[in-house]
Design a binder for this molecule. Structure first.
Ligand SMILES: NC(=O)c1ccc[n+]([C@@H]2O[C@H](COP(=O)([O-])OP(=O)(O)OC[C@H]3O[C@@H](n4cnc5c(N)ncnc54)[C@H](OP(=O)(O)O)[C@@H]3O)[C@@H](O)[C@H]2O)c1
Length: 348
């Protein structure tokens, strides 16, 4: 018999909308391969309204409203004015809470608080937001374990590329001793444009024109996005217990075409590298900095908006994953794959 799984969501922006569409696209797969019907019982946004119905919302109608009105219609049954995430969590009767709200790099809130509330309501949690893993991982994971619930975040770093899944399921018994990579697509694109001869300002403008960079690019070029990512990775994979303010960050601003060209002539490329390395004294060093990488290294081959991560382990040596030009579909897939993991009853 088909089981019904109820989910609720915070955030109905780029990721929320693409994930909602994926749920509709994969309806048959969910039924045929997982014996499951997924219904959405609550969606909460910051300024575009909240909708709740413990019996299930019409996801297709919500997508049309978002597209045509830019928000939920106040006439729609279940429209809940002034209802924030904690109240939605309380009222919607979901089994799984999916956190897709905006990243706050300075403290991981309010997303971490929403996750805590959902776990306390005995919901499993999936998030695309790296803020909670960067700021509150140990506490949230302990709470999830205590309540016997899953807390999954595959898409928080490198979109849907199976990074946390690989570490969890395929590297059993290994100790992860180092992590490094190109984790920010915007800055990798900017460096590539500058290598063609452009100035830093021209490269940022091109990234903005192609919608890879925000109007204010500081989150990317000043390394804060990278700091949150390497911190989240180190917390989850190396038990670091760190916060992003402990990451030593060097901004990309001030890099010149001359430096990029000189690097090439000496057999290197300049890349914006995030790393977590254990020093000889056992201390963990987290850094985000422009770094020289040899021309024959995998990192030197990663161009445009692609990413790479390399994980160093005691028993399996080094493993790298390259994610080629990720788009929003890959981000939504990471959330969907976490959902399938919960639906299939997988344990850690
Ligand atoms: N876009 C990507 O490719 C990507 C990749 C990996 C991870 N992520 C992560 O995924 C998350 C969502 O990204 P996105 O691109 O979808 O962002 P987005 O398009 O800006 O959408 C954010 C959504 O969250 C809602 N929101 C913000 N604060 C909220 C709050 N306090 N309570 C309830 N809803 C709230 C917003 O509502 P309003 O519209 O009313 O403000 C909006 O619906 C972020 O944490 C991001 O870092 C994104």
């Amino acid at each position: 018999m088909e089981k019904t799984v109820k989910i609720c969501m915070t955030g109905f922006g780029n990721v929320g909308v693409r994930f909602a569409r994926m749920l509709l696209e994969q309806e048959r797969q969910l039924a045929d391969e997982y014996g499951c019907r997924v219904i959405v019982t609550g969606v909460c946004t910051r300024t575009r309204g909240t909708v709740i119905n413990p019996e299930g919302l019409d996801l297709g109608a919500l997508l049309i409203m978002k597209e045509e009105l830019g928000r939920f219609d106040s006439e729609y049954p279940g429209f809940a004015p002034d209802c924030g995430a904690p109240e939605m969590i309380e009222r919607c009767g979901a089994d799984i809470f999916i956190e897709l709200s905006t990243l706050s790099v300075k403290d991981g809130e309010p997303a971490s608080g929403y996750i805590r509330a959902a776990l306390e309501h005995d919901m499993h949690v999936i998030t695309a937001n790296k803020g909670p893993e960067a700021w509150r991982y140990a506490e949230l994971k302990a709470l999830a374990d205590e309540r016997g619930k899953r807390y999954l975040f595959e898409t928080a770093v490198l979109d849907g590329a199976p990074l946390f899944n690989m570490a969890r399921s395929c590297l059993r018994g290994c100790e992860i001793t180092g992590i490094r990579g190109i984790l920010n697509t915007t800055t990798n694109f900017i460096l590539g444009e500058m290598e063609k001869g452009g100035t830093y300002d021209e490269a940022v403008a091109e990234a903005q024109r192609r919608q890879f960079a925000e109007a204010d690019p500081s989150m990317d070029v000043d390394g804060w996005d990278g700091a949150a990512k390497i911190c989240a990775l180190a917390n989850v994979l190396m038990n670091a217990g760190a916060t992003p303010d402990a990451v030593k960050v060097t901004s990309l601003r001030g890099i010149t075409f001359g430096e990029l060209k000189a690097a090439r002539t000496q057999g290197f490329r300049l890349k914006y590298i995030c790393s977590a390395e254990r020093a000889a004294d056992g201390a963990l060093r987290l850094t985000v900095a422009p770094s020289l990488v040899p021309l024959d290294s995998p990192e030197a081959l990663v161009n445009g908006t692609s990413n790479i991560i390399t994980i160093r382990t005691d028993m399996m040596g080094e493993l790298s994953i390259i994610e080629k030009d990720p788009e929003i579909k890959q981000t939504a897939y990471g959330v969907y794959s976490d959902l399938l993991s919960i639906i299939s009853g997988e344990r850690e």
